[in-house]
Design a protein. Structure first.
Length: 79
């Protein structure tokens, strides 16, 4: 097994988690964050950028409505 794929050793007294040591059930998933950005963009209003938290501005196409967004802070594109 590659060293990059080997999970880190558990330290003494560290709790075990079923989904890994960094799982937080209250935190939104990547799917939640991207889906929310799309919902807001489809309403033709700026959404929070999933990368930097800046303003993700809707991008429209002739006749197709909103087809994505672009962050005016970091340049991230959602399409």
């Amino acid at each position: 097994m590659s060293a990059l794929l080997t999970p880190p050793a558990r330290r003494m007294g560290e709790p075990e988690y079923e989904d890994g040591p960094f799982r937080d059930d209250d935190a939104p998933t990547l799917d939640d964050v991207i889906s929310r950005a799309w919902e807001v963009l489809r309403a033709d209003v700026p959404a929070a950028c999933p990368v930097c938290g800046g303003e993700l501005l809707p991008r429209a196409s002739a006749g197709a409505g909103v087809v994505g967004g672009r962050c005016d802070s970091c340049g991230t594109t959602l399409s």
